[in-house]
Design a protein around this ligand. Structure first.
Ligand code: GDP
Length: 408
């Protein structure tokens, strides 16, 4: 009766216990049987498991515990991530391939590294001496010896239990009893010291998160700096490219210019005429006769404009002299590539005394006589000029009138 009462009390006590969330890390060398063990605990067939890449997470309910097991990849290069899970771990499951004597030393070193970590030292450790079903597998005592387990756990004040087992023998309820036993032992010890462990874990995880945040910020800053540097380099490269392209263009232009000048040596006027022809050809694509006609008309226009400018200077010297100069400048700039008459009036005296009245503009003017004789241009073109004397100055168009635009 007394026994029954005690059992009832114990059951009631456990029933009242809050559900505890516990996280465990499952570590060990690659191929030790971690995933097979985890699958077996979870109730899945432990055979034909793919090697863990990174980590996998298992959730299970064990009595009053909600257990999360992080099955972490055991490859040499991936072991560095283990420490990221230590802070939140209440205990460790270390899986050893008992059949692989050659890797015992590596296993020992790895285990030593785990236990010595400040976020693991002092926490309960379950060692599963796995693959006991395999021939020649080391027994419990041999594994303890090979790993110098006693020394290790004492050094790092870890409660330790070793269980020889085989992960592939069964799964779920039929899982190897040693694995089940080992898991109970671990959870029992965690429960015994839960408050202390929990406090430590809260503190460690807060610190770890702060550290992770800081690392994240530092990483983001590094990435930002690298990006800025890369963009700066790209900008500099593209600037360099455009400068080089500009230089090459300028060089080409200069070469063209020099070639033209060489060709024109001794015959500048001819060159200029040819040059103009080339330009006209490029622009219009007309026949050579049309070019020469255009040249003649252009030359004529030039002479006419010059004449008009002179007159303007005379007529409006007092009030419009500035304006007239601007127009003249504009006209000359526009025609800088055109053929200039040999004796231009550029050097005409700009004395305040009015120059003698200009000769009537027409075929007899000095400029026009120097131009090639005008030939019929055809009825459809230049009707205003063909076969007619120029209109007297009094009815001519002023340079800044509407007809000015036609000339230029
Ligand atoms: P992990 O890299 O530690 O996760 O190892 P795995 O769980 O992937 O197992 C590696 C290989 O060992 C797989 O082929 C498993 O089937 C096999 N294995 C795992 N546990 C045992 C075991 O207890 N006995 C035998 N014979 N093979 C096992």
């Amino acid at each position: 009766m007394f026994c029954l009462m005690a059992n009832c009390c114990s059951w009631f006590k456990r029933w009242r216990e809050p559900v505890r969330k516990v996280t465990l890390v499952m570590v060990g060398l690659d191929n030790a049987g971690k995933t097979a063990t985890a699958k077996g605990i979870q109730g899945e067939h432990p055979e034909d498991v793919a090697p863990t890449v990174g980590f996998s997470k298992i959730d299970l309910r064990q009595g009053k515990f909600e257990v999360t097991i992080f099955d972490l990849g055991g490859g040499k290069r991936i072991r560095g991530i283990w420490k990221n899970y230590y802070a939140e771990s209440y205990g460790v499951i270390f899986v050893v391939d008992s059949s692989d004597e050659e890797r015992m030393e590596e296993t020992k070193e790895t285990m030593s590294e785990v236990l010595r970590h400040p976020r693991i030292s002092g926490k309960p450790v379950l060692v599963l001496a796995n693959k006991q079903d395999k021939e020649g597998a080391l027994g419990e005592a041999d594994v303890i010896e090979c790993l110098s387990l006693e020394k290790l756990v004492n050094e790092h004040k870890c409660l330790c239990q070793i269980e020889p087992c085989s992960a592939v023998l069964g799964y779920g309820k039929k899982i190897d009893k040693s694995i089940k036993k080992g898991l109970y032992w671990l959870l029992h010890n965690i429960a015994r010291d839960f408050d202390t462990l929990n406090e430590r874990i809260q503190k460690d995880t807060t610190e770890q998160r702060a550290l992770e945040e800081q690392e994240k910020r530092e990483r983001a800053e590094r990435v930002r700096k690298l990006r800025e540097e890369r963009e700066q380099r790209e900008r500099e490269q593209s600037d360099g490219t455009s400068v080089t392209a500009n230089n090459e263009k300028n060089l080409e232009k200069e070469k063209k210019k020099q070639t033209m000048e060489k060709e024109s040596d001794g015959c500048p006027l001819k060159h200029k005429m040819e040059h103009e022809q080339i330009q006209t050809e490029n622009q219009t694509g007309d026949s050579s006769q049309k070019h020469s006609e255009l040249e003649i008309v252009e030359n004529y226009k030039e002479a006419l404009t010059q004449q008009l400018e002179n007159e303007d200077e005379t007529d409006h010297r007092s009030s419009e002299s500035d304006n007239s100069k601007k127009k003249t400048k504009k006209l000359r700039m526009k025609r800088s590539h055109r053929v200039e008459p040999v004796n231009t009036d550029d050097s005409a005296p700009k004395s305040p005394t009015p120059p003698p009245p200009p000769p009537p503009v027409g075929w007899g003017t000095p400029k026009v006589t120097r131009l090639p004789k005008l030939e019929p241009l055809g009825e459809t073109r230049h009707n205003d000029f063909y076969g007619k004397p120029l209109p007297p100055l009094t009815v001519r168009q002023r340079p800044n009138g509407d007809a000015h635009d036609v000339i230029s």
